[in-house]
Design a protein around this ligand. Structure first.
Ligand code: NAG
Ligand code: NAG
Ligand code: NAG
Ligand code: NAG
Ligand code: NAG
Ligand code: NAG
Ligand code: NAG
Ligand code: NAG
Ligand code: NAG
Length: 458
């Protein structure tokens, strides 16, 4: 049953018709998208849609329920949560809010008696925290701005608040939609389009026997670009295998370089006596990671180990390690691309869903933690890692340990690309030379894929 004999002499990967079609599609995308557009080849329609439903006209304005839907397959919003801003078209004010609040009231000195919740021309709204009194809540609120990804849980991929607007239009002819929407999650990365008036939303009552509808509805769509979100990567990949003792580390300086002279304190050693004070020291920007000193300086490393070779199957161990002392990653997820995901037989202690954006090629998987077991990736510490093993069924016509075939083509952590080691550094089979390692065809494919990625994220 268990065979450690190497399969390196099997014919290597050949291009099947569906794969050629995929590469053609990717190639077409390369030349059709503008480089500034946010586009993710693995989640082509991914977006966050913000919907305003006017539920009631008031004497001086309206009452609206604002709902944020995260339609992205694998990108979520984690603590400290989303921040939504816009600019009023006229002199609108916010009388009151439920399930959310503005961060600043602004200058309401022109009001006597009733003072509005916010008088700013460009209000900024955040979610309320869990445990908010019931009379300030509405459905889908009060999660501290945390929104799950659509694949992990559509029920918690939604966030809502209610806003009572004054000094505004009071009919669907006079109301003016807000402009200039901004969504931070919590950092930059999203770009929002203009609000568009759409068909009023319909709501079914709990018993499904009656349908009501909003008086007016407008939608705003926001899309993500990793390029806008940060300049440096945040994640890297290291590789190893049972057939070669070399452990290929993350590329040096992937996320930053250690430089004790010009930037002392940009990383901390795990055994440093200053560790505790560095962690509790107030950060200039509380989103900035405080990382353990490593050659790559990344907050996250994903390690892919080719562990065992059976006759019909082969086994991989994935380990995700957190090097960031300032972050517990809740509801983390991985997206992994490898041609053998079309025959994944078993996965241990992770949830799994196949992502199939083009409907023809089944090589991409989304993996995430099991609730209450390993859905929390703890801050840098001996506990700051999570592991799983994957069992793949061999397809005799494509399977090989040669040419780095057993290593992943692409990995994302929480939707951001993890930098891979260069292909010529991959552990290779004994008796195989680096020259035959990458065929011209593979080079061509790698070039097309990286071009697609650069254009998509850049
Ligand atoms: C946003 O995502 C939803 C769900 O995938 C999709 O139906 C809709 O067309 C997308 N909107 C845009 C503007 O891409
Ligand atoms: C505004 O309301 C009228 C009916 O009062 C309706 O006929 C019209 O379609 C509405 N317009 C919009 C943009 O919702
Ligand atoms: C929209 O926001 C941008 C940047 O915050 C600002 O430069 C621009 O003037 C705003 N436009 C309006 C109409 O407020
Ligand atoms: C507006 O957004 C809602 C919720 O995301 C969606 O169901 C509806 O189809 C959208 N309307 C348009 C025209 O995009
Ligand atoms: C920086 O300091 C750390 C320990 O604080 C040390 O391990 C590392 O070698 C130093 N790097 C350089 C480039 O001096
Ligand atoms: C991470 O979670 C642990 C346990 O819940 C907590 O003690 C720690 O303070 C958290 N760390 C951060 C950076 O939030
Ligand atoms: C992709 O693979 C998964 C699991 O291996 C399977 O459930 C799904 O049906 C496959 N989809 C296609 C289009 O082959
Ligand atoms: C293992 O792979 C490395 C390349 O990463 C190579 O230099 C080394 O020779 C290989 N070892 C064996 C025993 O083939
Ligand atoms: C060896 C094996 O089981 N191959 C299967 C892999 O998955 C594809 C599609 O899911 C099947 O067509 C193969 O038979």
């Amino acid at each position: 049953m268990l065979s450690t004999q190497l399969m390196g002499s099997l014919p290597s990967e050949t291009l099947s018709a569906p794969k050629l079609a995929l590469y053609a599609i990717l190639l077409a995308f390369c030349f059709s998208i503008k480089s500034t557009e946010a586009y993710d080849a693995l989640d082509p329609t991914g977006n966050i849609t913000i919907k305003w439903d006017v539920m009631q006209w008031n004497p001086d304005g309206y009452l609206a329920v604002v709902t944020i839907y995260n339609f992205q397959l694998y990108r979520h919003i984690q603590a400290p949560g989303w921040t939504l801003g816009w600019t009023w078209a006229k002199k609108e004010v916010i009388w009151s809010m439920n399930g959310g609040q503005t961060t600043e009231q602004g200058d309401c000195s022109r009001f006597k008696g009733n003072i509005p919740h916010c008088c700013k021309k460009d209000p900024t709204v955040v979610d309320l925290l869990p445990g908010t009194p019931y009379n300030q809540q509405i459905a889908n609120c009060c999660k501290g701005g945390v929104i799950n990804s659509w694949v992990q849980d559509p029920a918690t991929a939604v966030s809502s608040f209610q806003v009572s607007v004054g000094q505004a239009g009071t009919t669907n002819k006079t109301v003016r939609v807000p402009k200039n929407f901004t969504l931070k999650a919590p950092g930059p990365g999203y770009t929002c389009g203009p609000a568009r008036i759409v068909k009023p939303s319909k709501f079914a009552t709990a018993d499904k026997r009656r349908v009501t509808q909003a008086l007016m509805t407008w939608n705003v769509t926001c899309t993500y670009s990793q390029f806008l979100s940060q300049k440096t990567p945040t994640c890297c990949v290291s590789l190893s295998s049972f057939y070669n003792e070399t452990i290929v580390p993350c590329p040096t300086c992937t996320c930053g370089c250690q430089n004790n002279i010009t930037q002392p304190g940009m990383c901390v050693d795990g055994d440093s006596p200053y560790l505790a004070s560095a962690i509790t020291a107030p950060a200039k920007n509380n989103l900035a990671p405080l990382v353990q000193c490593t050659s790559h300086m990344c907050p996250i490393r994903v390690h892919w180990h080719v562990k065992l070779n059976y006759k019909e199957y082969w086994r991989v161990k994935i380990t995700v390690t957190n090097f960031n002392y300032r972050m517990n990653y809740t509801q983390w997820n991985l997206v992994v691309q490898h041609p053998n995901f079309d025959n994944l037989t078993q996965i241990f202690s992770f949830n799994y869903k196949s992502l199939n954006p083009y409907g023809i090629i089944n090589d991409t998987a989304m993996l995430w933690g099991v609730k209450f077991y390993n859905d929390l990736l703890m801050q840098a510490s001996p506990q700051g890692n999570i592991q799983s093993e994957l069992l793949f069924r061999k397809d005799k016509s494509t399977f090989t340990f040669d040419k780095g075939w057993a290593f992943p083509r692409r990995i994302y952590f929480n939707g951001d690309n993890c930098v891979m080691p260069p292909p010529d550094a991959y552990p290779w089979l004994p008796n195989s030379s680096p020259r035959q390692f990458i065929s011209v065809l593979n080079l061509f494919i790698a070039f097309i894929l990286s071009l697609a990625f650069i254009l998509a994220t850049g």
